[in-house]
Design a protein around this ligand. Structure first.
Ligand SMILES: NC(=O)c1ccc[n+]([C@@H]2O[C@H](COP(=O)([O-])OP(=O)(O)OC[C@H]3O[C@@H](n4cnc5c(N)ncnc54)[C@H](OP(=O)(O)O)[C@@H]3O)[C@@H](O)[C@H]2O)c1
Length: 255
């Protein structure tokens, strides 16, 4: 007879930045974790550090990978009772000047993989009678981003999608929250092509507090979690300032 599957927290993008911190904090809470990213050597080192961790190396920009990851977790005797959709990247530059292939890869990772994993996992949560999903959006979700057009749009999708799922499951046993960090010290800026010591670096928060806010928000089933007063103020202000001005301000920020 097959043993009952053990609940586990699946964290995408666990080889760097916020994902590493999610893994550390979840492990500290006693959760068995599944670490997903492309750089397997980093995942192996993190798994050895935190213990009680499983590594699944995957390129989530490939459409078949989300389903394979969950099948792989099942084959290891686990079921995903908590999903942290964290993997993502941004690119700085005008839409027409950036590589189309890289921008489509961003859509595949930031939107498609997150949606696919949510779908597979939430259906299992329904069968098992509960679970939790934390989707990492961004303060970029609250306005269009000239100079990072696709990235901001992907995060607007993540926020809208997550709020809708939150409402579909509110009070019915599955927590769904969107974490919207502002600038945070990770490898994000280097991948996106931001200038060193620019506006982004000056305002960057540490990943520990951002992740703690996300996990607390998920525990309390808050639809949207915006860590930091300045970020909360910035997100709220987009509701009161005309959209034409909001996008001009967003486009004027020099990263
Ligand atoms: N840092 C910020 O200022 C900030 C602000 C707002 C929102 N966010 C969001 O926070 C999330 C985490 O980013 P971060 O700041 O921690 O950036 P990071 O340090 O660059 O980490 C990104 C993670 O995503 C993984 N990843 C990238 N492409 C992947 C792919 N194709 N398949 C699987 N994994 C992939 C990377 O692993 P591999 O390269 O090993 O695959 C890495 O583990 C992202 O969704 C980002 O948009 C960040």
């Amino acid at each position: 007879m097959n043993a009952t599957p053990r609940p586990a927290t699946l964290i995408t993008g666990a080889s760097a930045g916020l994902g590493v911190e999610f893994a550390r904090q979840c492990a500290k809470r006693g959760e068995e974790v599944i670490l997903v990213a492309r750089r397997g050597d980093r995942l192996d080192a993190l798994a050895a550090e935190i213990g009680n961790a499983h590594v699944i190396v995957a390129d989530l920009a490939k459409p078949e990978e989300a389903t394979r990851i969950v099948a792989e977790a099942t084959s290891r005797g686990l079921w995903v009772n908590r999903l942290i959709n964290n993997a993502g990247f941004g690119l700085k530059g005008r839409f027409d000047e950036l590589s189309l292939a890289r921008q489509l890869e961003m859509v595949d990772l930031n939107i498609r993989a997150l949606t696919n994993l949510s779908y597979v996992v939430i259906n299992d949560m329904v069968l098992k009678g509960g679970g939790a999903i934390l989707n990492v959006a961004s303060t970029a979700a609250f306005q269009p981003g000239p100079g990072m057009a696709v990235y901001f749009a992907t995060k607007a999708f993540v926020l809208s999608f997550t709020e809708a799922l939150h409402e579909e499951w509110n009070g019915r046993g599955i927590h769904v929250s969107a974490l919207c960090p502002g600038p945070t010290k990770t490898e994000f800026g280097a991948v996106a092509g931001f200038a060193e010591k620019g506006a982004f670096d000056r305002f960057a928060a540490d990943s520990t507090s951002v992740v703690r806010a996300g996990l607390d928000g998920l525990d309390n089933n808050r639809a949207v979690v915006i860590p930091g007063l300045l970020n909360k103020f910035g997100a709220a202000s987009t509701r009161f300032v005309p959209r034409s001005l909001v996008r001009k301000i967003a486009g004027a920020i020099k990263y």
